[in-house]
Structure formats: C-alpha cells, structure tokens
Design a protein around this ligand. Structure first.
Ligand SMILES: [Zn+2]
Length: 138
C-alpha cells in the first residue's frame, strides 16, 4: 500500500477511498496520497487518455467525494473539523477546535525574511525527481 503522510484522523477515509477505487479497477495504483491546502489529495497512476471515459468519471467521483469529505474531518483526530490557517497564516489544515489549539500552541512564528524550509514530514523526494531543478516543485 502506498505511504501517506496524512494525519491519523484521515486514515479511515483514505482506506475506504482506496477500496472504492479498487472496486472500479483492482490494478490501479496511487501515485500520491497527501494533504494539499488543507484537503486530502489523491493521484492515480493511470493513463487517462487510454482509459474509458466512464471509468475515469467513476474514479473522479470517488476522489472528489473523498476530497470533499476531508474538508470536514479533523486530520488529527477524525472529529468534525474545518479548514483554516494557523495563527501565523502559514499553513492551512483541516482541524477541529481542540487540535487547532494544540497545533497553534506548538508552533513558533516563521522568521521574517527567510524562506521557509519545507517540513520534513510532508516532503518526500522521489529518486526520479532528484535531477530536476527544484525537487519540491510538483
Ligand atoms: Zn481534532
């Protein structure tokens, strides 16, 4: 199964989405499962131009539904959450009030003038990306 760096609150949504995708086609592989702008985001390793339109539509529906659901599920604890910025306006995350408070209490202000380093937790550089100019740009 593909690794994902999402919080534990999303893991059951992620596994049910993988299941639904595999009901459409068990051979489909995911190219990524990650958090993007506070929402859950999936990439499928399929050749869309080479795939029947009905199948693509079915897959898109599954992934869009999962993405929509992730907008209201706390990524950390699975309670009802909302997407919002942290107190410094640095990152967007879907969190419940309790988890947001915890998260906000552990972060320090981003230093002024310095570019912010991508967090080690969420950025994984694939071997094939290493030759590119900016490995963090997707
Ligand atoms: Zn929470």
């Amino acid at each position: 199964m593909i690794e994902n760096t999402c919080g534990k609150g999303w893991q059951s949504l992620i596994s049910s989405t993988i299941e639904k995708v595999h009901e459409v086609d068990p051979s489909i592989k995911f190219s990524y499962i990650k958090e993007k702008f506070g929402k859950l985001s999936f990439g499928l390793d399929i050749e869309y131009y080479n795939t029947a339109a009905t199948k693509v539509a079915a897959l898109e529906e599954i992934l869009c539904e999962a993405e929509r659901n992730s907008e209201t599920i706390c990524e950390d604890c699975e309670a009802v959450g909302t997407i919002n910025y942290d107190k410094y306006g640095f990152w967007m995350k879907c969190l419940c009030d309790t988890c947001r408070e915890i998260k906000n209490s552990t972060i320090s202000p981003p230093s002024a003038g310095k570019p912010l380093a991508p967090s080690k937790k969420t950025v994984k550089v694939a071997k094939k990306d290493l030759g590119r100019k900016n490995p963090f740009k997707k």
